[in-house]
Each structure stands twice: as C-alpha cells, then as structure tokens.
Ligand binder design. Sequence first.
Ligand SMILES: C[S@@+](CC[C@H](N)C(=O)[O-])C[C@H]1O[C@@H](n2cnc3c(N)ncnc32)[C@H](O)[C@@H]1O
Length: 253
Amino acid sequence: MTKEERSKLAGTPPAWMYEFDLGDGIVTPLLTEELREIHRTRERMIVPVIEDFWPNGLEGQKCLDVACNEGYFSFFLYQRGATVKGIDAREFNINRAKAVQRVYGYDSSRLTFSTQDFFFNQDPTNHYDLTLFLGLLYHLENPMGAIRILYRLTKRLCVVETQLTRQQEPIYSGWGETSKTLELPASMGLYEETDMDENNLAAHKSLSFIPNAVAVKKMLSSVGFSKVWQITPSPDSNQQYVNNDRGIFLALK
Ligand SMILES: C[S@@+](CC[C@H](N)C(=O)[O-])C[C@H]1O[C@@H](n2cnc3c(N)ncnc32)[C@H](O)[C@@H]1O
C-alpha cells in the first residue's frame, strides 16, 4: 500500500479502536485515550496466561478471535505463530482489519477475517485450541446462547473479557409461592444501546445484558467448562479492572 493510501486509511473517520503503526509515521488515531490503557491492561493480564498454557508459542494452534473489531488481538495471536480467524458482525471493522493485514503483509493462509454474527458461526466442535471473547458478552441479548457456542468451539482455553455490573449482593426474587424467596448471587443488568448505528464498538441488536462477576462464572461453568476463574488485575491496571467494572475470566474445557 502506498504512503498516500495508508494515510487515507488511518485518517478516514471514525477514529480507531486500536492504535496501529502503519509506517512512515502514520498511526491510526484512537477513539479515546483510555483505550490505550485498557488494551495495555488486557495484554498484561492475558499474555502470561497464554505463555503458561503454550510455553513454546502458538505455532500449529488454531485460535478464534470473536468480535475482533479491527483485528488487534488476532494480529497478536498471529505474531505468536497461531493460525487465526477473526470475526466481527460489522463489515466496516473487518475491512479495516483486512487493510491493516495488507499493510503488515501477514500471511492469509494463517490469518483470515470475516464478517459474521457470532450466533451464525458454523465452525466444527472443538475446532479452536484458544478462543478469545473480548468485549462482547455485555453487548448481547442472548449471552448464554453465545457462551454455549463458545463452549462448543473451544478445545482447550477460552478467555472472556467483559464489562461487569457493580451488583455484589444477591438479588431476591419471589418464586411460585407467597412464602418462597430465591437468593440469587448471579445477576444481570439490562441495557438498551441506542448508538448502534454510529458506534462500531456497540451491540448489533439493541438490548444487552451486563453480567456481574458471579454470573460470568456461573454461565461459563454451567455450559460445561471444567474450571473457571477470574484473573486478578495488578493495582496499576486500568481503573475499570481494578474496580471490577471490567473483568477477565478464563475457562478451561
Ligand atoms: C467493544 S468491541 C470489542 C472488540 C474487541 N474484541 C476487543 O475487545 O478489543 C465489540 C465488538 O463486537 C462486535 N459485535 C457486536 N455484536 C456481535 C455479534 N453478534 N457477533 C460478532 N461481533 C459482534 C462489534 O461490531 C464490535 O466490534
């Protein structure tokens, strides 16, 4: 791609979710400055896990990056040797991911991007050694359905990153009889996203369920993941992670 084409790619609005260095001093502008810190925190939390599970790198491993947006984490897995598929519901995001792939010259036999709503994924059972499910759970009107698909596709490890509600206390609900009350530690907040048309980071359908941390663990274990745990952020992580407004969870098949 010529310098002019790269300049045009970086400079055409809207601003980007990730900062990509396209060479010759051309860098994609970030939507918000906080995103830089968020991505850094996520990398610092996720990289050691991947290195623990795959100490010799990801060569020969198949990975799926669900809701890959502009492909940052797909590139990250590719650079570590994996064969990667990145999918996103928005063609605009996938076109950007493909354009950055062209700039970097990354091998299309090992890195593919496609526009796809995750709910229509037809990949075979246990197809991916590693699945990334970052920044999507809280944008879905059927989060449990998505987790079931994720479980089906994952062969070994799944990484889920999500926004969390601040609900720490159980929610109480009546249940069938006047005198009966359920105490429910796992809960979700219902949010109607109104910016879907202009925000390339948003939900695809308008209603979203935001889980609390207990709910994420409950959903992952109830579909069959044998071990589920939340990674503790270091104190110098982005405040959203420190405050448990966002969390990263690991689920082992
Ligand atoms: C907050 S961004 C997260 C991007 C990236 N995974 C990350 O965490 O850095 C949410 C992404 O989910 C995509 N998305 C929303 N609903 C989707 C669906 N049903 N299937 C696939 N992608 C979806 C959006 O287009 C957007 O790129």
